[in-house]
Ligand binder design. Structure first.
Ligand SMILES: C[C@H]1O[C@H](OP(=O)(O)OP(=O)(O)OC[C@H]2O[C@@H](n3cnc4c(=O)[nH]c(N)nc43)[C@H](O)[C@@H]2O)[C@@H](O)[C@@H](O)C1=O
Length: 319
């Protein structure tokens, strides 16, 4: 199969591309500019989520059998600073891609990445595909608009599935997200490179999974006869404090001496706990997360320890 992956330089896109290439598929990756990560084997096509014509051209050029639409702004607080850009890059770009996919002279199957932020104050926890959607951020509203677009295009015959993904992580997560901030911080403290880690709300709850597991579900969706929406989650809510405990234990450091809370980083509290019910994905896709929370965070800490250690070692001198 020939796949077009948007967001190919990001965490999910790069992981998915590797999986597809390993299975012998061809991958075209949408990039805005030359990527600063290695994307071996990926054919780059240029396009910008904020530029509809460039997206149409990229789809025509890639001639895909599958489109995995993973590209989007993803740091939720930034959507308050850039609401229009966020909405355009998420909702409008999704409409352009669906329209371009439906206009191709070939059968194309599409996966669109949605988010648990669509639920916001849903009023029930855990959430499933039928839970009320009351998003609380511009990002969540844009993701809900994109999901609704998937549903209406599906109604008109496009094979488009959506993953309503809860937080999913890996060593490729940028450090502005809490998991990577914590694993990097714990590793830096363990190596004596830092003394404190400044965080926001330690009682905030999230449902964390491994990005590799979540991305694997996207593959399963395009292979189904019928397209649909699926919650992708572990089903377990954990606090940021639990995340800190697991990461610092993996690094061999006592967190109590090193964590400081900065009120400026604390977000508005959420009445509904963002925890997902992945039953439908389990039942219909046979989807099973394979990486536990402890394993995920342990691997991220180990990666950060290696990375920071390598960065501080003096370069070997040439003879
Ligand atoms: C499903 C959803 O998942 C992600 O969005 P997010 O949940 O906002 O991710 P995050 O890692 O920024 O925050 C997680 C929690 O951790 C709390 N927290 C405490 N202290 C810090 C802190 O110091 N930094 C950050 N970033 N968060 C902190 C923070 O208040 C929040 O409760 C994106 O992939 C998004 O694209 C997406 O769709």
């Amino acid at each position: 199969m020939r796949a077009l992956v948007t967001g190919v330089a990001g965490q999910d896109g790069s992981i998915l591309s590797e999986m597809l290439l390993e299975d012998g598929h061809e991958v075209a990756g949408l990039v805005r500019r030359e990527p600063d990560v290695a994307l071996d084997g990926v054919r780059l096509v240029h396009g910008d989520l904020l530029d509809a014509e460039s997206l149409r051209r990229a789809v025509a050029e890639a001639e895909p059998d599958w489109i995995f639409h993973l590209g989007a702004p993803s740091f939720v607080p930034l959507s308050w600073e850039r609401p229009v850009e966020t909405f355009t890059a998420i909702a409008a770009a999704t409409a352009v891609l669906f329209d371009a996919a439906a206009s191709l002279d070939r059968d194309v199957r599409v996966y669109a990445s949605s988010s648990s932020e669509i639920f916001g104050d849903a009023g029930e926890s855990p959430q499933n595909e039928a839970s009320p959607c009351r998003p609380l951020t511009p990002y969540g509203v844009a993701k809900l608009a994109a999901l609704q677009l998937a549903r209406v295009w599906r109604g008109r015959g496009l094979h488009v599935s959506a993953g309503i993904a809860y937080n999913h992580e890996s060593e490729r997560r940028p450090e502005r997200f809490v998991t990577r901030k914590v694993t990097r911080g714990a590793a830096a403290i363990a190596l004596g490179l830092a003394d404190e880690l400044v965080l926001g709300d330690l009682d905030a709850v999230r449902d964390w999974s491994a990005a590799r597991d979540v991305v694997a579900a996207a593959r399963l969706m395009v292979e189904q006869d019928e397209p649909d929406d699926y919650v992708l989650a572990s089903g377990v809510g954990r606090t940021v404090r639990e995340l800190v405990d697991v990461a610092f234990a993996a690094a061999g450091v006592d967190p109590d001496e090193h964590i400081r809370v900065d009120e400026a980083l604390v977000r508005a509290p959420q009445a509904t706990l963002p925890v997902g019910d992945p039953e439908k994905a389990r039942e219909r896709l046979g989807w099973r997360p394979t990486i536990s929370f402890e394993e995920l965070i342990g691997d991220m800490v180990a990666h950060d320890l290696r990375d920071l250690q390598a960065a501080r070692e003096p370069p070997s001198s040439c003879p």
